[in-house]
Design a protein around this ligand. Sequence first.
Ligand code: FES
Length: 228
Amino acid sequence: MQSENLNGRGPTITLDGEEVGFVPGESVYEVATRAGKAVPTLCYDPRLEAFGSCRLCVVEVAGQRVPVASCTTLAADGMEVTTASADIERLRRTLLELVASENREVKVDPLRGIASQELTTLVERYGACRGRFDGAQSGRTRADDGNPFILRDYDLCISCYRCVRVCAEQEGDYAISVANRGFATQITVEFGGHLRDSACTFCGQCVQTCPTGALADKKALRFAENGG
Ligand code: FES
């Protein structure tokens, strides 16, 4: 596909000075990733509609006054994109410091899910300082939710909505949702109730997409605790 485009039969963008072909409808993030660029993400899951909330995937586009989220920006023929300037990397580090300062923990047990190390990995990659923006914390753990399967440790939640989106877009269950806005945002189920009383089928998709370990499989954790 790429060689066809570079032969003049399709659109291209310039990525860090290199011409790269794309298929109309692809996002800048998708093109950049395919070209081997390590653009960081937190709210992105390739199975889901791009959401654009974490802003970590920002890139510079020639002619644009401010950096744009590459996951929600479609590639356009002739676009000139810089994926990792000093300004962009500084912005990403600051965004990570905002997220990490609010989180009770950044290092979490890898058994909390296959995506659970994403925030940890990025904090380490960028050397993001955790205490820089210390202050209030949004999201609270539902310690009273006694369901036997899914740990809901919302002290670690960064409101990326990946759990809500995977539940709706992949499972079609719409069991979990978002209450409130801004700092008061809280992942919840209908009427603020318990997961076991909701439409949740305990499929575990939310656990596997969570990038911070805020959600976890209780059985896996118990298994590990008991030595297998
Ligand atoms: S990955 Fe693009 S805004 Fe979060």
